[in-house]
Design a protein around this ligand. Structure first.
Ligand SMILES: Nc1ncnc2c1ncn2[C@@H]1O[C@H](COP(=O)(O)OP(=O)(O)OP(=O)(O)O)[C@@H](O)[C@H]1O
Length: 247
């Protein structure tokens, strides 16, 4: 299914617009969003998550729209995993995962039942009974993903999911993105260039509210000079050509 921005304009208060009649279609199983500080990545994620409202234009996921009538249905399909998930005091990891399903309109019983598979899928089975305030930042983010899986999200938005994680937790996340994108869609904003071609079918480079590049990892790497060697070096060189700076 496609996440479509059609003629979207957005500004914070009276500041200059972050997006002006912005068009974008995101339809690959796994897409990565790159861009320098202030490019508009978080704003784009906020609009896609329906936490921010465009002043003009529309955002849609398939036939679902975050308008007054469709908002609850849209938020069930499109899940947003912020960098910082807040543990709910007193709840265990599995209870908080089930709670996420209940918040999206599932019955307690079906949310609890559905959370069993979700907790295993993100590798938190051994921690299911632990209080959610007693797990690490990376585990909390995986708990957020399990909540999205509990209510059967079809698109998961992840804002800098690996920021601040150690190499082992980053690898856990990379494996999870690959596994998730086999059955649903993921859109990840990141500053990490490692493994782009292994993880994502589509790369988008955003700069000052404009799409500078959208294409496959092979097309992205082809922008790098022939002298650039490995995958990461090619990605950084390609990015530098597009936005005039390093990632
Ligand atoms: N809450 C806010 N209020 C006012 N201006 C904001 C707010 N959030 C972002 N901005 C501005 O909107 C523009 C886009 O910011 P945004 O956070 O979307 O970029 P970003 O690509 O996510 O940057 P970073 O990589 O630094 O997180 C920037 O000029 C920023 O200063």
């Amino acid at each position: 299914m496609a996440l479509v921005f059609d003629g979207v304009s957005f500004r914070y208060g009276r500041q200059a617009p972050v997006f002006h009649t912005f068009d974008l279609t995101v339809d690959a199983p796994a897409t990565v969003l790159l861009g320098p500080n202030g490019a508009g990545k978080s704003t784009l994620m906020g609009l896609a998550a329906s936490h921010l409202r465009p002043a003009a234009g529309t955002v849609a996921f398939g036939r679902s729209r975050p308008d007054r009538r469709g908002l609850a249905g849209y938020r069930k399909k499109v899940a947003w995993i912020p960098q910082h998930i807040t543990p709910v005091p007193g709840l265990t990891v599995r209870e908080q995962i089930a709670y996420a399903g209940w918040l999206k309109g599932m019955s307690r019983a079906s949310a609890w039942e559905s959370s069993a598979a979700a907790v295993e899928r993100v590798g938190l089975g051994p921690l299911a009974g632990r209080k959610s305030h007693q797990v690490s930042g990376g585990q909390l983010r995986r708990m957020g993903i399990a909540g999205a899986l509990t209510h059967h999200s079809e698109l998961i938005l992840m804002d800098e999911p690996t920021a601040g994680l150690d190499p082992q937790q980053r690898q856990v996340f990379r494996d999870l993105v690959t596994e998730l994108s086999a059955s649903l869609q993921v859109l990840v904003s990141t500053h990490q260039t490692e493994d782009l071609s292994e993880l994502y079918q589509r790369i988008i480079v955003l700069d000052r509210g404009t799409v500078r590049f959208q294409g496959s990892p092979a097309e992205f790497h082809a922008l790098a000079p022939a002298t650039a060697a490995g995958g990461r070096e090619r990605a950084e060189a390609a990015y530098g050509r597009l936005v005039g700076q390093e990632i």
